[in-house]
Write a protein that binds this ligand. Sequence first.
Ligand code: HEM
Length: 118
Amino acid sequence: MIKMIHMLFILLSVGSFVSRMMLVQFKPDLLRGKIAKIAPHVIDTILLLSGITLVLQGNWMAGETGWIMTKVVVLFAYVGFGVMAMRSSGAKRWIAFVLALASFGYIISVAVTKHGFI
Ligand code: HEM
């Protein structure tokens, strides 16, 4: 059940990030509403909380924890590059966007293989 929530919020997180990128580039006015401002924080908080719940539920801290630490560290990179992409412009925006998506993809590969760099 929690894993399904984790999966759902993974999709919502990347979906809302890509949508916000398109809006900030092409229709920035639409991002001024309250929901557009709050929703990403709610989604990413639930994603993080569902991850922490999975760690506790699966007793993952008892074994090899490097992959979990890697996920958390790269999650910060994903959020950081995401914020940079939203706030900058021109080439810098798109480089940060690609780096955010690459971080996201790497987190998925770490989750599946249970091997990180830590
Ligand atoms: C962008 C953020 C994240 C993405 C894209 C992501 C992705 C995934 C994916 C794809 C799986 C399924 C792996 C599989 O079934 O083979 C998974 C499972 C899991 N994730 Fe995440 N995750 C994210 C954040 C987190 C965070 C922050 C934590 C911990 C604090 C976490 C902890 C876990 C745990 C413990 C599992 C369960 C592994 C299992 O039952 O096999 N995740 N994650």
